[in-house]
Design a protein around this ligand. Structure first.
Ligand SMILES: C[S@@+](CC[C@H](N)C(=O)[O-])C[C@H]1O[C@@H](n2cnc3c(N)ncnc32)[C@H](O)[C@@H]1O
Length: 276
């Protein structure tokens, strides 16, 4: 059934790809192996924590129940209102019908990670309308040392959604924010080499196994000892393989706050030697 659907969609996909190639040949060419990775890999089983709060706070070395949670939930609701007030749908598949805004659990875990780690250097991949971006920037607050760098390639196959980029991020928060346009394949390593070591990395860009492996390894090398990575949509093998390879890290796979999806959290041991 899956193969038939793919074959039926092929003419439309080829037209979209030809348009992307004309508009941005470098990024379109870089996308080709990602599409094969998307086709190749199926979900793998994980042991899943249904309630993200206690295990993630254990990894963060913070107490549970968490006094930060109410602020995180209130902000997530405010962001949703902000998007809806601009006539935008919120949730799964709401960006170009392909990508999703951060769910309430990932959004709150992002907030809590910044607060409990007292993170000042944060890198994320994947902005779309900017839910995780806003969570990080609000959590950094007016800490003059705090900064977020966001690597983002606006959806290659529909320019109609490009004007939605970061609409959830108000001007008052942008002085501690650097938007780096382009694929993580091109932009992430040079950025990390410039700004690392970092306290927190959030992956929420292209969820192919190939791209997730690449981003996790790059971010891990730039993470300070005790730093944390939040990885959205870990259902395929990239997160499992990373955990097997880096047996020293603490990790957990959690259920999203809006359905069957999964996100993962990894912490580098506080005593680890820095790579950068
Ligand atoms: C899941 S959405 C991000 C959601 C966002 N973090 C939030 O909380 O609302 C994924 C974003 O990553 C972008 N993207 C896709 N491929 C990418 C790549 N290779 N590198 C960087 N960004 C990419 C998409 O265009 C989209 O803006």
């Amino acid at each position: 059934m899956r193969v038939v659907r793919r074959l039926l969609a092929l003419p439309r996909d080829l037209v979209l790809f030809a348009r992307a190639m004309a508009a941005d040949p470098v990024e379109a060419a870089l996308y080709i192996p990602e599409q094969f990775s998307w086709w190749l890999h199926r979900p793998v089983p994980y042991e899943v924590e249904e309630d993200w709060g206690p295990p993630v706070h254990k990894i963060l070395g913070a107490t549970w129940p968490c006094p930060e949670l109410l602020s995180a939930q209130a902000l997530w609701a405010e962001i949703c209102d902000c998007l809806r007030s601009q006539g935008l749908d919120v949730g799964r598949g709401s960006y170009a019908g392909v990508y999703s805004d951060a769910d309430p659990a990932l959004a709150a875990a992002t907030w809590c990670s910044v607060r409990h780690l007292q993170a000042t250097k944060v890198v994320e991949t994947g902005v779309a309308r900017g839910v995780t971006t806003r969570m990080v920037l609000e959590a950094i607050g007016d800490d003059d040392n705090g900064h977020l760098w966001s690597v983002d390639l606006p959806y290659l196959f529909s320019t109609n959604v490009h004007d939605q980029t970061a609409v959830a991020v108000p001007a008052r928060l942008r002085q501690r924010w650097t938007y780096v346009r382009g694929s993580s394949r091109r932009r992430l390593k040079p950025l990390l080499a410039k700004v690392g070591p970092i306290d927190l990395f959030v992956h929420d860009s292209l969820h192919t196994v190939r791209n997730m492996r690449f981003e996790m390894e790059a971010a891990w090398a730039a993470l300070r000892p005790g730093g944390v990575m939040l990885i959205d949509d870990v259902d395929k093998s990239a997160f499992r393989d990373f955990s097997h390879k880096h047996v020293e890290c603490e990790r957990v796979v959690c259920r999203s706050g809006d359905g069957p999806w999964l996100f993962g959290v990894v912490r580098k041991p506080p005593g680890a030697l820095p790579d950068l």
